[in-house]
Design a protein around this ligand. Structure first.
Ligand code: UDP
Length: 414
């Protein structure tokens, strides 16, 4: 059996003051139309990274709406997850050669995971490339199958995209975050564009008293009398943490006493994280003003929340980004963030706060913008507030759930 993540149903009533009555009414009407429909979400990890963050909240809310929903997580050894991370990187345009042995590892594990998938469902939602080939090995399974891609596949490595295509063919429908991410081989298929959203009531995003946040970051060694720069991201080359260290050093020349926190969760399906973590530690050296933490060194969601609340400026130095939940999470706390103008990040920053976006490879641009925002606090806060309003309107998880349930109703003809 695949690992099942057990969650407690989350009633929607508490979301009403934040999202309004209409949204709740529409969600209830959609779930009435899906009464009795069995849905399963399948992904590669129960913790670490945006997909698990999303599913943790989404599945609990769907259960709260009275829907029959399960969340199952595939298994695999380190070699399998090294191959799937290679596939992930290649789909984002990175260099990767899919050796025959790697294909064999991917298919062997996919067949094993397909064999372990239990239960009969009416709708299967399979997230990202790691579990994608399960559909192929479940050729007789009834129900509708949706492949939900969270990564930036706008310029995929053609060899890897070609390898994956036959395993995507048998799906009934596809969800991408942006139109430009739709793989060429799927353009004529049933595709829906649905960007993710954040859960405003999760421990990561719930409003915490300022003094509690300050106490938490102080406990982690941050000096509240001096400015703090923050990046929260998996330790992943696409998030360019070493670039963040360079930017921190350059800004510090003009802003003495600047501190940096790099919080990076380790995900079960991302073996690259450990390698990068060591590189960051080595690069940070013995600078007492660089704080490197992760979920495995005890940084919980509430602590990430406190850091996002207390940072003077956050940074998201992504080179490619499917969505980047951290951008909405940060703006939700009215904290200014300087972020790479790439993929789903650009969606989350409204035109009125465009000054928060920088070309992803323009390091001097990041340095200049971080400095500027540290020097112009009122303006920085104004931009962040505009961002928050945009997130409230477009990037809360209730909007994502509404889009998904609408799509499922259409697929099932309900
Ligand atoms: N995250 C966390 N602790 C960390 C680093 C990241 O909880 O130390 C969370 C972060 O708050 C966000 C998710 O991991 O909710 C990352 O999602 P995102 O979409 O930004 O990027 P992904 O990891 O999916 O590429």
């Amino acid at each position: 059996m695949l690992h099942r993540v057990d969650l407690t149903p989350m009633p929607l009533d508490s979301y009403q003051p934040l999202v309004g009555e209409d949204v709740i009414t529409r969600l209830r009407a959609l779930s009435d139309r899906l009464r009795g429909v069995r849905i399963v979400h399948i992904n590669a990890t129960p913790y670490g990274g945006g997909v698990s963050e999303l599913l943790r909240s989404e599945v609990a809310l769907l259960l709260g709406l009275g829907l029959q929903v399960d969340w199952q997580v595939i298994a695999g050894d380190t070699r399998f997850f090294e191959v799937t991370k290679g596939i992930h990187n290649a789909l984002q345009g990175g260099r990767y050669t899919l050796a025959p042995e790697a294909k064999e590892i991917y298919l062997h594990n996919s067949a094993a995971n397909a064999g372990r998938l239990d239960g009969n469902y009416d709708v299967y939602i399979v997230h990202d490339p790691q579990p994608a080939a399960i559909r192929h090995f479940q050729a007789n399974a009834r129900g509708r199958w949706i492949w939900r891609c969270h990564i930036d596949t706008s310029e995929p490595n053609p060899e890897v995209a070609d390898f994956l295509t036959p395993f995507l063919e048998p799906y009934d429908a596809f969800i991408f975050t942006l139109e430009s991410f739709v793989l060429p081989s799927l353009r004529r298929r049933r595709v829906r564009i649905i960007p993710p959203g954040i859960d405003p009531l999760s421990p990561k995003n719930i409003g915490l008293p300022a003094d509690v946040c300050e106490r938490i970051v102080t406990w982690h060694g941050v000096d509240r009398r001096r400015p703090l720069l923050l990046q929260v991201s998996r330790f992943d080359p696409w998030k360019d943490p070493l670039g963040v260290l360079r930017i921190y050093r350059a800004v510090r020349e003009a802003v003495p006493g600047l501190q940096l926190a790099l919080l990076g969760s380790m995900a079960h399906d991302d073996p690259e994280g450990w390698y990068l973590y060591e590189q960051i530690r080595a690069d940070a050296g013995d600078d007492p003003d660089i704080h490197v933490g992760s979920n495995l060194t005890g940084i919980s969601s509430v602590e990430v929340n406190a850091f996002q609340h207390c940072a003077d400026v956050a940074i998201q130095k992504s080179i490619r980004e499917g969505f980047g939940l951290v951008v909405s999470e940060t703006l939700w706390k009215e904290t200014p963030i300087v972020a790479g103008r790439t993929g789903g990040i650009a969606l989350q920053v409204p035109a009125a706060a465009d000054a928060l976006l920088v070309d992803p490879l323009d390091e001097p641009g990041f340095i200049e913008r971080v400095r500027y925002l540290l020097d112009h606090r009122d303006e920085a806060r104004r931009l962040a507030r505009r961002g928050k309003e945009h997130v409230r309107r477009r990037f809360l998880i209730t909007r994502m759930i509404e889009d998904e349930l609408t799509f499922i109703c259409e697929l099932l003809g309900r």
